[in-house]
Design a protein around this ligand. Structure first.
Ligand code: NAD
Ligand SMILES: OC[C@@H](O)C(O)[C@H](O)CO
Length: 446
């Protein structure tokens, strides 16, 4: 958007909001700066660039009930509602249906049945239902719902969840309106953006002379691939490098399996070795080799199966991704990337294991990933992690049962939430057991 505005396209601007109260300080500071902030980017060669971003025209403060956010979403001037709520924010089961065992979802649904939006910290479904209800009532016209999370078929999966939510809420007119007046293209969004480190503000002040209170830092690499399916117009993003395609499927699949899964692998392994940052792990030969072997031996064969040839040069993509991870200036933490294992195992890792088992292939390399996750979970359970482990999909009762089981590997591999139809497969359990022995050795030498 910023680049487009730079090119003279001022037809589009952004309004920003948060569904939860956890970013209130950031929103307040951003509002005080009238939406402007500094983007620092760092290339693998260590070149720093600073750019003032002015694309956000309106910052909506978080208030319980989110009246301003709902009103902005229901305004006819709003043509696209884009969002990221983490992979764990979708509450979907293995059949990609809403999993009503999540209390957050149940509370939102009860409110939606009464025609209300929960006062505090709603889910994306509760918030979007309230916005679309207001939009329908205001006759504000069609709108595109643009999911930017690392979720396979993110637009489709969110849409299915949303329609199910509205159906459970018993609002038949809204269901029909939403089907006819919204679209949800799939997207693949790629730029490693760590949580802003404490020294960023000083660096930005030194480089730009502006004491920006909410700067952002990211790698210089960026890739956006979006399905060209917009119901109420869109910015000419292709003019600024966005790939508008018919299907994001090969791009998202390569990103999820090669980038995101190996990222988790490095974060879990780095955590077990007492490291704080991703680049430290990927520069540790044994950890880099684990990620490399997983991608080479399991992810690439799945992504390039006969009849399913990828348009991407997958070995080159693997090498670029590992190079991106090894950039020491990014200082992305293992804590951020290790989070949400209970949604990353089913989303990023189980599909590869399922497909490899279906062709009777060896799964020893990919089995390292769940074995690493189990060891991290056991450290969390024993109170021995050096950081707070965040996992919205984790049911603490289930996590405790896995860690306290006589055979934690068997318990992990039998969990249907993690593995779906391959839960309890003896080949999975055997491979994770072998991998767990290697993980124990890794921890012993760390
Ligand atoms: N940071 C990156 O490198 C990056 C790059 C590409 C894509 N993504 C995608 O964006 C997501 C968010 O990344 P981030 O770095 O902004 O994370 P973050 O932790 O900084 O922000 C997450 C945001 O989601 C909100 N949120 C969390 N759980 C929610 C829920 N259940 N319902 C509604 N809102 C919820 C939080 O309030 C917060 O605003 C990632 O999970 C990933 O899917 C991140
Ligand atoms: O794997 C963790 C993600 O947040 C990752 O940083 C992002 O998907 C990169 O685009």
């Amino acid at each position: 958007m910023q680049a487009l505005r730079g090119a003279g396209d001022v037809q589009w601007s952004l309004a920003g909001a948060n569904l939860r109260p956890d970013m209130t300080d950031v929103l307040t500071a951003l509002r005080a700066q009238e939406g402007a902030y500094t983007l620092e980017t760092v290339s693998p060669a260590g070149e720093y660039r600073y750019e003032r971003i002015d694309a956000i025209q309106e910052v909506l403060s978080y208030v319980p009930g989110q009246t301003a956010t709902v009103a902005r979403g229901a305004d006819p001037a709003t043509r696209i509602i884009s969002f990221t709520v983490t992979e764990a924010g979708y509450y979907l089961n293995h059949e990609h249906q809403l999993d009503l065992s999540y209390p957050d979802l149940v509370v939102d649904l009860e409110c939606a049945r009464r025609g209300q939006l929960r006062a505090e910290g709603s889910t994306i479904y509760g918030a979007m239902t309230a916005i679309l209800r207001a939009r329908m009532a205001a006759k504000a016209g069609p709108v595109t719902l643009l999911n930017c999370d690392n979720l396979r078929h993110n637009g489709e999966r969110f849409r299915a969840g949303l329609l199910e939510f509205i159906e459970y809420a018993g609002d038949a007119p809204l269901l029909a309106w939403t089907k006819a007046n919204t679209v949800s293209p799939n997207t693949m969004v790629d730029r490693i953006t760590p949580r802003p480190p404490a020294d960023l503000r000083g660096r930005v002040r030194h480089a730009t002379g502006w004491d920006d209170t909410v700067p952002v830092t990211a790698e210089s690499f960026i890739q956006w691939v979006i399905e060209d399916d917009f119901i109420a117009g869109r910015p000419a993003w292709e003019r600024v490098g966005v790939e508008l395609v018919q299907s994001v499927q090969p791009y998202e699949e390569a990103k999820i399996r090669i980038l995101n899964a190996s990222h988790s692998c490095i974060a879990w392994a780095g955590t077990l070795c007492g490291l704080q940052y991703i680049h430290e792990g990927v520069r540790t030969p044994v950890i880099r080799q684990m990620a490399y072997d997983y991608v080479t031996n399991d992810a690439i064969p799945c992504l390039s199966q006969a009849g399913n040839a990828s348009p991407i040069d997958l070995p080159a993509y693997r090498d670029v991704v590992l190079e991106r991870f090894s950039n020491p200036a990014i200082r992305d933490t293992n804590q951020r990337v290790a989070a949400d294992g209970f949604s990353k195992i089913p989303g990023f890792i189980a599909p590869t294991i399922r497909e490899r088992l279906a062709v009777h292939a060896n799964i020893d390399s990919v089995a390292m990933l769940p074995a690493l996750f189990l060891a991290v979970l056991q450290r969390w359970h024993a109170g021995q992690l050096s950081y707070t482990y965040q996992d919205q999909s984790m049911n603490p009762v289930v996590a405790h049962a896995i860690c306290a089981a006589a055979d934690p590997v068997e318990a992990l591999c039998a969990d249907r939430i993690l593995w779906g139809d391959i839960a309890g497969d003896a080949r999975l359990t055997g491979a994770v057991r072998r991998a767990a022995r290697q993980v124990a050795q890794l921890q012993a030498v760390a």
